[in-house]
Design a protein around this ligand. Sequence first.
Ligand code: SF4
Length: 313
Amino acid sequence: MNSQLFEELKLKYSLPLLDLLYEAQQIHRANHVQNEIFVNSLINIKSGGCSENCSYCPQSVHNTAKVPVEKLMNNHEVLNKAKEALKNGASRICLGAAWREVRSNRDFDRILEMIRDLSQLNLEVCCTLGMINQKQAIQLKKAGLTAYNHNLDTSDTYYSEVISSREYEDRINTLQHAGAAGLSLCSGGIIGMGESIDDRISLIIALTKLTHTPESVPINLLVPVEGTPLQNQEPIPSWELIRMIALTRIALPKSRIRLSAGRNKLSHEAQTLCFLAGANSVFLGEKLLTTENNCMEDDFQLFNALGLILHKN
Ligand code: SF4
């Protein structure tokens, strides 16, 4: 671990909040278009039945949450949903499939076809399909994929508390394959799973140490779902999320920071502080894979009140 950066971030974490926000906002303004927000739309193209054992996830076969197991969505339906998202102001579409890893089979061919179709629209296309090898990463890139999402979730040391069906190293390898194929990386984590502040800082450091710096960093607040091992996890105060976003902004000045799952639990004012801390991207739409997201009208009211302008490709 880069201990100097760790110590620096730890020191910043304990700054008075307004000082931390001031520093993060200065870095944000030096590296991003002021008052601009990136809007993404997430489509769950293959729900449930995943063989990984992520403790937070209702789509894992190891958990008893009642998520329907569905086959891969048909391309026509995906295309229609993407067009609708584009109309609503999305500039990136994210396709999520609950798989441990991608198999090079008919489903993967259909996803490549889906990406080819979507890349004809004025949209960036991202997907999250589990682990991929180098060849698959190249195929995805050739099909027109913009970015690959694969979250590190938490620190290396806390990882086995949350997931034991894969190693941290597996995540890093997939990110390496995606980056080497020329895909932008989208990688972040979840806070509120019982990890320490040090774990959160270690996660940020792990992201900065990837060979290809993530262009997008989703920061999620745990949504405890019934039927998952983390169902009774106590919610953390929004101040912790705001501080996490500010530290991420300081450590990764050029990345888009996406305020992701758990946003619907935040007041307008708490979301505003997240934007001030450096978040400049959100998911739009009433569902995030399997959990609830903010109501779109409410989001647009907030964007208008804050004078935020949607990024256009
Ligand atoms: S790999 Fe993804 S879909 Fe599978 S259990 Fe983990 S979070 Fe859920």
